[in-house]
Design a protein around this ligand. Structure first.
Ligand SMILES: Cc1ncc(C[n+]2csc(CCOP(=O)(O)OP(=O)(O)O)c2C)c(N)n1
Ligand SMILES: [Mg+2]
Length: 324
């Protein structure tokens, strides 16, 4: 790994972390309302996988998708404006936190339905396959989604039709307040993919370099026509499921143990030990990231509240020319 790339990975994870920490502040002053799911602690998954993708590959994510959108290159301004419900947001403020979307970046959401993105990813990959395009679709979902019927139907079709999907399961051990072992009889999720003959790997989701390496290796095979692959990224969210969740179902000692594996200090230490991150570099990086977050918040705060007269816009399609 080049020095530059190591610093880039750190910068991307810091951008996501500081962005989401600012979201907490904005939520407390009601600038962001409704549902808000943070992925603090899980940044290595979004960054590592996205680094392995080409610009015209597609990404499908979940409601916990700020990090994936930022890593994919959607501007922080547009994402923050979306969270604040402003017209300048990536979905014109109509979607909010769970529905960031950008067709140019081939970022196909944000989805409020657990497992809802999985068949969409298979459809995108089917289109690429039929058109003979050498592209892959990375599909992120949680451990909870693996218990949904959509996961099983999608996995079966993707394997049967040999479709170019990289399935990325962010296994953070909980689906809302339910621990994995209380909800699923088989807790090694990679075995579920293997039962559809989809090659599957367990990956340390707290190690961004390990995630990127696994995603590159699997992604190349998928791109070369090797059919779908499945990565089980073992990770942990440091905060509650959403802003509404009092988080009473997890042992505090368990949370502290996982925080010791925080992907950001871990990479910082590795880069320092390798002589890549010199004295003062981290402060500089933090200041740059802070300035980007400040700018995004100022942009969103100054954004436009859509007029109520527009309420029905986009609900029905515009009349077609010549239609009676
Ligand atoms: C089909 C469906 N069922 C239930 C819900 C309610 N719900 C929202 S998030 C969630 C937990 C999902 O957990 P997981 O897939 O592990 O993702 P995580 O939140 O841990 O990232 C549930 C059950 C939903 N949104 N959609
Ligand atoms: Mg989960």
């Amino acid at each position: 790994m080049s020095d530059e790339h190591g610093l880039h990975l750190l910068r991307q994870m810091l951008r996501i972390r500081r962005f989401e920490e600012r979201c907490v502040e904005l939520y407390s002053r009601s600038a962001i309302r409704g549902f808000l799911h943070l992925a603090i602690g899980e940044e290595a998954c979004a960054v590592g996988v996205t680094e392995a993708l080409a610009p015209d590959d597609a990404v499908v994510a979940t409601y916990r998708e700020h990090g994936h959108a930022l890593a994919r290159g959607i501007s922080m301004r547009e994402i923050m404006a979306e969270l604040e419900g402003k017209l300048e947001g990536s979905s014109k403020g109509r979607g909010g936190s769970m529905h960031i979307f950008d067709a140019v970046a081939r970022f196909y959401g944000g989805n409020a339905i657990v497992g809802g993105g999985i068949p969409l990813a298979v459809g995108l990959a089917l289109a690429d396959h039929l058109q003979g395009r050498r592209r892959i679709t990375a599909c992120f979902f949680g451990d909870g989604a693996v218990a949904e019927g959509e996961f099983h139907e999608s996995m079966n079709l993707a394997a049967l039709w040999h479709l170019p999907v990289l399935f990325c399961c962010e296994n953070n051990l909980y689906a809302m307040g339910t621990a994995l072992e209380r909800a699923q009889s088989e807790t090694d999720l990679s075995l579920k993919a293997a039962s559809y003959r989809v090659p599957s790997w367990n990956v340390d989701g707290m190690d961004v370099v390990a995630v990127e390496e696994a995603a590159r290796r699997a992604g190349e095979v998928v791109r070369d026509g090797g059919g779908p692959h499945f990565l089980e990224l073992r990770t942990y969210r440091f905060r509650a499921h959403s802003m509404y969740d009092p988080d009473r179902y997890r042992d505090k000692a368990e949370i502290e143990r996982w925080k010791e594996r925080d992907p950001i200090p871990a990479l910082t230490a590795d880069l320092g030990a390798a002589g890549i991150l010199a004295e003062g570099d981290l402060d500089r990086l933090e200041k740059e990231v802070e300035a980007e977050v400040d700018d995004a918040v100022a942009f969103a705060d100054a954004g436009t509240d859509e007029d109520v007269s527009d309420l029905e816009r986009y609900v029905m399609s515009e009349p077609r020319p010549g239609a009676t």
